[in-house]
Structure formats: structure tokens, C-alpha cells
Design a protein around this ligand. Structure first.
Ligand SMILES: [Mg+2]
Length: 373
């Protein structure tokens, strides 16, 4: 692909309502949008998922802007003619900063698919066009509010519920949901690393509630402690923050730290690493994955939908409809939920939705255009 322009746009998106995890609360979040343009005029879009602060990852939108602006974009444009493998090779010299790397990488995937005239999910080797969608519910002010929210989402058609937990907000909410909605409801919890192995008693109790999985219970570097925890509980452990590349997946497998991986393309450096982790975990280790979200706009969501069509995705992914998060998305059509709790990957080329560039321009706080001379 012969690139002639790369454009960076910083926008801030307001969420419909506050989203609280064990890290803190979010009501408005920054997003860096990346637009790449090829010599034919064809374009590709990507989105950076680095947040406002270094909580989920050490990256923030400011570090991502810095890395893209100073180190990635100039190098890519200098090369000019680049494909996905070439990009991987180019950014491999930069340690870490996966979210910055992933954002431009995903715009190249979108462009590549559009140039070939095929949907991105097919280019990735996806199989299941109708992806199973779950909903992730942040920490609520009270358990009563949580119960109401779960009911609202079930009414909207979501079939799998995930709730965020933290010490002191765990057994209470879980047992109430089971009391109100029964044990048939597919339910899982995400601790975002809020516990330590010393909290084993809590996990033994959580074990009685037939959860689909416990996501990232312990510190993101504690693969050994996760393996220890796995030996003491029946509920499968799912890793999120701990898995930053396929080597982490291999370590987790050989140590016995997890049964399931939540792959977030932004966290692992892009869709190519997503494929590597998927192929190892599903084809070699014979274990399931699913695709996690980071409150993306419709652009990032498009990349998630494409990844969620992969054959090893065996659990509903945290990819909800646009209206779960935003009053109005920046793509058309917006991502919508089908009656059977699925989202359909489009047949149009690339991510398959039109980016509302004029809408984006209205809200841009910072931008930079790089052209090939
Ligand atoms: Mg998570």
C-alpha cells in the first residue's frame, strides 16, 4: 500500500452515563482517530484506545499521541509503501506502547480490506458473521441500581451479563443477581486486578455462583499467582491485562494461569497480534477466547466486530451496540443489536461502516496531517 497521507485527530467522546470500574469513573474519554490515505485516494480508519490516565495500561492518550507523532507516523510515511508485515517489522523496534502501535495498524487493515474490496472480517479469516454480544456493566452506586440495570439490558436483548467487581463489591452483587435472575443467566465478573492471592477465601465463595469466568482477578504481572488461584477454584480464569502478546499467552498456558483470554486488539498491538494469540490459544492450546472492548467509538468497534468473527471466539464479546455508550456514534450505520443478542459483521469492504468525517471534524481538539513529499 502506497500511503500518501496519515492524519491524527483527537476527539473527546461523551458517554451516555458514567462507567465505573475498580480503576475509577469515566464519563468522557479521549480518542485518537487515525486516517490513512493511499495514493488512489482510498482511506483506512483506526482508533487508539489509550485512556485519560495510566490505569488500565501505562499508556495514556498523550503518550500515544507522542509515540505516533514522533516515532511511528514519520517512519511509516518515510517508507511509503507498506503492508501489515512491514508495519509490524517497523514498529517492533519500539518497546511497548501497544495501543499507539495498534491504532495505526488497524487503519492499515481497514485500508487493505478496502483495496481488496472485501470486508475486514473476511480478510482476517473470520467465520461467524453474527457475533454474540454481551454487555459489561460498571460498578453501580447500589446493588438495587445494579439489579435494575441488569434487567434493562436483558430487556434490550443482551444474553450475557458481565459486571465489574472490586473488594467489598463482589459477593453482594453476585448473589443478588443470582437471586433475581437465576442460575441460567450467563454471568461473569471482571476485577481488573483488584485482588491479591491472599483473597482466596472470597474467590472460594464466588466459586459457588456458577459464573462463566472470573476476569483478571489478580495483578497483571501475577501469572504465577493466577496459576495458584486456578488450582483452588472451579470457575475458569480469564486473563485480560496480563496478556500483551502471544508470548504472554504461551506463558499463561504453560503455567496454567488461565482457561480463557479476553483479547483486546488495542492492548496487544493490533489485529496481527490478535490473530497470533487467537491461533495459539485456540488452535494449539485448544482453549476459547473472546474479544474485549475499551469504550470504542464506532470505528474501533468495527475492528472489534471483525476480530470477534474468528472461529476461536467461543464466548460473547464485550461489543455492545453504539447506543449502549453514546447518544450518537461517529459512523453510519451505527452498530445495532439483533434480536438474538448478536451484532452482524457487515458485507461492505473494510470495517463496513461509513465514517462521519464532517461530524468528527466538528469535535476535533487537536489534529495533525502528515503528507508524503
Ligand atoms: Mg477486563
Amino acid at each position: 500500500m502506497e500511503l500518501r497521507r496519515i492524519e491524527l485527530y483527537e476527539i473527546w467522546v461523551k458517554l451516555r452515563e458514567e462507567f465505573e470500574t475498580s480503576f475509577g469513573k469515566t464519563i468522557e474519554r479521549p480518542a485518537i482517530l487515525i486516517r490513512v490515505e493511499e495514493k488512489s485516494g482510498e482511506e483506512g480508519w483506526g482508533e487508539c484506545v489509550a485512556g485519560e490516565g495510566p490505569w488500565y495500561s501505562y499508556e495514556t492518550w498523550e503518550t500515544a499521541w507522542h509515540i505516533l507523532n514522533e516515532f511511528i507516523v514519520p517512519k511509516v510515511l518515510e517508507k511509503g509503501d507498506i503492508d501489515i508485515d512491514g508495519y509490524e517489522n517497523l514498529v517492533s523496534k519500539i518497546r511497548g506502547h501497544n495501543m499507539a502501535k495498534a491504532s495505526l495498524e488497524m487503519s492499515l487493515w481497514d485500508l487493505e480490506a478496502k483495496l481488496r474490496g472485501i470486508p475486514l472480517w473476511r480478510l482476517l479469516g473470520g467465520k461467524n458473521r453474527h457475533i454474540s454480544s454481551g454487555v459489561s456493566i460498571g460498578i453501580q452506586k447500589s446493588v438495587d441500581e445494579l439489579i435494575k440495570k441488569v434487567g434493562d439490558f436483558l430487556e434490550k436483548g443482551y444474553r450475557r451479563i458481565k459486571i465489574k467487581i472490586r473488594p467489598g463489591y463482589d459477593l453482594g452483587p453476585i448473589s443478588r443477581i443470582r437471586d433475581e435472575y437465576g442460575y441460567d443467566l450467563p454471568l461473569q465478573v471482571d476485577a481488573n486486578s483488584a485482588y491479591r492471592i491472599e483473597d482466596l477465601d472470597v474467590f472460594r465463595k464466588i466459586d459457588n455462583y456458577a459464573l462463566l469466568m472470573i476476569e483478571q482477578p489478580l495483578h497483571y504481572k501475577d501469572l504465577v499467582d493466577h496459576a495458584e488461584l486456578a488450582r483452588h477454584i472451579k470457575t475458569p480464569i480469564c486473563l485480560d491485562e496480563s496478556i500483551e502478546d502471544v508470548n504472554d499467552a504461551r506463558k499463561a498456558y504453560y503455567l496454567g494461569s488461565a482457561m480463557i483470554i479476553n483479547i483486546k486488539p488495542g492492548r496487544v498491538g493490533g489485529l496481527k497480534e490478535t490473530l497470533k494469540i487467537h491461533d495459539f490459544w485456540y488452535s494449539v492450546a485448544n482453549r476459547p477466547v473472546w474479544i474485549g472492548g475499551m469504550l470504542e467509538t464506532g470505528i474501533g468497534r468495527g475492528h472489534l466486530v471483525a476480530a470477534a468473527t474468528l472461529p476461536g471466539v467461543k464466548y460473547p464479546s464485550d461489543i455492545s451496540a453504539s447506543d449502549k455508550y453514546f447518544e450518537k456514534d461517529i459512523v453510519e450505520p451505527e452498530w445495532v443489536l439483533n434480536k438474538d443478542s448478536t451484532i452482524t459483521a457487515p458485507e461492505r469492504p473494510g470495517i463496513g461502516v461509513e465514517v462521519l468525517f464532517d461530524e468528527i471534524k466538528k469535535g476535533v481538539r487537536r489534529s495533525k496531517v502528515f503528507s508524503r513529499t
